[in-house]
Design a protein around this ligand. Structure first.
Ligand SMILES: [Zn+2]
Length: 386
């Protein structure tokens, strides 16, 4: 591939801002970053995005489900589809994400290992089927397993197949009829430790789906890499223990907050009991932010109509309601998210040696995060997305 340069009026490198910047690209990678404002040498191919363009690393969504169609009943649609239909749907979902500038997604659970077969769209870091109990949360994806020997084998199998992460359904969830409720744990601390130790031995991060406080506490103690959801729900409310919040904030664990919805025409009216619970979940997140926890935005894209596969820009904007500045919110969805996924050497930054996964938008998102949805250009591994 011929070397070329990209010029934009403003640049966010995943952590810091610069003025007019030229980024040099060759072989799918970034080979140079010039923040002096100079244009590239004569004769070099140049994509000048304009003085009003804001160039940034492509976005990273650490928690999506490409196999869920963001329709009114994604589980029924998922189960009804054969592999070929599901793959076609996943490809469409991946392309939707990429067009919005989401250049890396972590698929935290789909049918078997279908996500490993996708080769278009964003870079896909696939978990394969989530490890879950027989009849447990999302067991229909094909990852039901119990007992230490089988759990260890399940982790090895994922590693051998090329999965980039191990996903374990540590607590119940909301989507699977007949499975444990979200506040109940599905695995013992000993079982979890087997999974974490084996995954880490093989160099794979562990993403633990954990709603209930016992599951969140176990996840932290076992040394998982990310706690997905972390809603602290109980049978009838939310109980975010301040000591546990402080322990999470004081650790290296990433909290993957499931925020981000496409706003509707009319505000959502929730029953008072649900509204109270939602408010308490947000309060816990606000406290985690205030205490300095490492929060990333795993949107759970695909699980409902308000969460299409390009919902992440909304999540970035909505995250600022919990306390972060726009710059912190952009960092959470780029360099920090790449760290959470274990790919910070290649993703989430505009720096020499990183993959040339780039998003340019019109205007300055630091003034108005809605600008993130005004996409001017997307590059994936140095190739402009059309
Ligand atoms: Zn999920």
């Amino acid at each position: 591939m011929t070397p070329f340069a990209i010029h934009a009026g403003l640049m966010f490198d995943g952590t810091n801002m610069s003025g007019p910047t030229t980024v040099f690209v060759e072989g799918g990678r970034i080979t140079g970053v010039d923040t002096t404002g100079a244009l590239p040498p004569d004769g070099m191919d140049l994509v000048d995005l304009g003085a009003d363009a804001f160039l940034m690393p492509g976005l990273v969504d650490p928690h999506v489900h490409l196999g869920f169609d963001a329709g009114p009943d994604p589980v029924t649609a998922f189960i009804a589809a054969d592999d070929e239909e599901l793959l076609a749907r996943m490809r469409t979902a991946a392309d939707t994400a990429l067009r919005a500038g989401i250049t890396t997604v972590r698929d935290l659970g789909g049918r078997d290992y279908l996500a490993l077969a996708l080769n278009s769209g964003p870079e896909i870091l696939a978990a394969g089927p989530p490890i879950t109990t027989p009849g447990g949360h999302c067991h229909f994806m094909g990852g039901a397993v119990e007992g230490a020997v089988a759990l260890r084998a399940a982790v090895r199998d994922r590693h051998e197949r090329g999965c980039a992460v191990v996903k374990i359904m540590l607590s119940g969830g909301n989507m699977t009829p007949g499975s444990p409720p979200p506040h109940e744990s599905q695995y013992s601390p000993a079982d979890l430790r087997v999974v974490v130790d084996e995954a880490h031995r093989l160099g794979l991060p562990v993403a633990a789906h954990a709603h209930g406080t016992p599951a969140i506490r176990d996840a932290l103690a076992a040394g998982v890499d990310s706690i997905e959801h972390a809603t602290f729900v109980t049978a009838d409310g939310v109980d975010a223990d301040p000591a546990l919040l402080a322990a999470i904030a004081g650790s290296d664990v990433f909290v993957s907050a499931t925020i981000g919805v496409v706003p509707g025409d009319s505000p959502l009216v929730l029953p008072p009991e649900v509204a109270k619970r939602v408010q308490a979940v947000h309060e816990a997140l606000r406290t985690l932010y205030r205490l300095g926890a490492r929060i990333v935005l795993g949107t759970d894209a695909g699980i409902m109509p308000v969460k299409p596969h390009d919902v992440l820009p909304y999540a970035i904007s909505q995250f600022t309601a919990e306390g972060p500045s726009p710059l912190e919110a952009l960092t959470a969805a780029t360099s920090l998210a790449a760290q959470a996924c274990g790919v910070s050497d290649r993703k989430g930054r505009i720096t020499v040696g990183a993959d040339a996964d780039l998003l340019a938008v019109t205007g300055n998102p630091l003034d108005d995060l809605d600008r993130l949805r005004d996409v001017r250009a997307v590059f994936r591994a140095g190739v402009r997305v059309r």
